[in-house]
Ligand binder design. Structure first.
Ligand code: COA
Length: 346
């Protein structure tokens, strides 16, 4: 029998002063590259977000949050966690129930719950959700003393397969225009969904505007930017692999990508996480965009910083991305990011 009632759980809005306690239940989460320590205070200031803690005997034992998106019809769950010593007793289920009841009472327009999860979630969660999309995840560790060498290597590898124009920052209106064309939208965002910095969104105009309000800049390559021209005589096996992958698919829609400035993570002092989200299917563009974001990240990185770089891309790009990042230290994390959705029952 469950001992949940003995815990006398209390659910309360999370506050700035709960920070230390929330961090005290977060040790080791997400392989040491947890985003919450850095995002917590930013999240508190977001008008479309609600954050909650569960307390038992006055101590924080769980945290959860939701963000209203899609113009207020969907709530995205993020940051769920339960104190390690309290897991397996139904607390995650209870704090989520509390979030759902809050949504029903305070946000009656919400009909859907969405979240991104790693591939190894419990079957019970998968069985009550629809899988909207999944993205391949490739992650590498770039230590500070290798950063210069890494960007040089990535530039050389790119030159061997791609002699087109570099990707350029794109205005909000241009991105919205791209999405107006149904074929381009489908090519770039299969099933009308996009994942930015682990946040699962639809391509609804208000979500694109939300990203712009947060200052997140799109980078774009138009189809005519691509002039595939591998260096004659390139003969190393990794270069020929890249060339082979770069001709696998051509695109009529160009390529979009996003990244956020690298942010510190608990793994170790001086380690920063960089999330690169790729949208499109062309391997050469994918490489050009990765180089763009890594170079930008290195440019703004505090002195002495190292990077854990996560690339999120369509599954067809997994191999080309892995070849491009070949030789860099793999960062052991998950392989796939699933975008799940369920109905919020009335
Ligand atoms: C995952 C975690 C929150 C589960 O906490 P818990 O209190 O042990 O979980 P419970 O005893 O309530 O049982 C698991 C319940 O949580 C749900 N759950 C597990 N992982 C989940 C996830 N990622 N998202 C939503 N629900 C999840 C399960 O579906 C199950 O509910 P159900 O029986 O109604 O289907 C906990 O192990 C944890 O804090 N892990 C580290 C952080 C983490 O991985 N968070 C999840 C993604 S951000």
């Amino acid at each position: 029998m469950s001992d949940l009632y003995l815990l006398n759980l209390q659910f309360l809005p999370a506050t700035a002063s709960d920070y230390d306690e929330v961090m005290s239940i977060s040790g080791g989460i997400h392989d040491g590259v947890d985003y919450l320590p850095f995002r917590y205070h930013e999240w508190l200031a977001e008008p479309q977000r609600r954050m909650f803690v569960a307390r038992s005997e006055e101590k924080v034992v769980a945290f959860a949050s939701f963000l209203l998106v899609d113009g207020g019809v969907t709530a995205v769950l993020q940051g769920l966690r339960v104190a390690p010593w309290m897991r397996g007793r139904g607390i995650a289920r209870e704090i989520q129930k509390f979030c759902f009841n809050t949504l029903r009472t305070n946000h009656p327009g919400v009909t859907k719950i969405r979240e991104t999860v790693e591939e190894n979630v419990p079957p019970s969660l998968l069985s009550k959700s629809r899988l909207l999309h999944s993205k391949a995840v490739v992650s590498v560790f770039l230590p500070n003393d290798h950063l210069e060498k890494t960007t040089q290597l990535l530039s050389c590898r790119l030159l061997s397969v791609y002699q087109g124009r570099p990707p350029v920052p794109q205005s909000l209106s241009k991105v919205l225009r791209l999405l107006d064309d149904p074929r381009t939208a489908e090519d770039l965002f299969p099933k009308g969904v996009l994942i930015q910095d682990l946040l699962p969104l639809t391509t609804h105009k208000c979500n694109i505007e939300l990203l712009a309000r947060w200052g997140i800049a799109w980078v774009y390559s138009k189809p005519s930017d691509l002039l595939t021209n591998p260096i004659e005589g390139a003969n190393s096996s990794s270069i020929s692999n890249l060339s082979e992958h770069s001709t696998l698919s051509c695109t009529s829609s160009g390529f979009l990508s996003l990244s956020t400035p690298p942010f510190p993570v608990p793994l170790e002092k001086g380690v920063y996480r960089l999330n690169i989200d790729l949208f499109g299917s062309n391997p050469s563009f994918a490489q050009a965009h990765i180089l763009h974001h890594v170079t930008e990240a290195v440019r703004v990185l505090p002195p002495g910083g190292s990077i854990v770089c996560f690339v999120f891309a369509e599954e067809t790009l997994r191999k080309p991305v892995m070849h491009y990042l070949h030789g860099m230290a793999p960062f052991p994390a998950y392989r796939e990011l699933l975008m799940l959705e369920r109905t919020l029952e009335a």
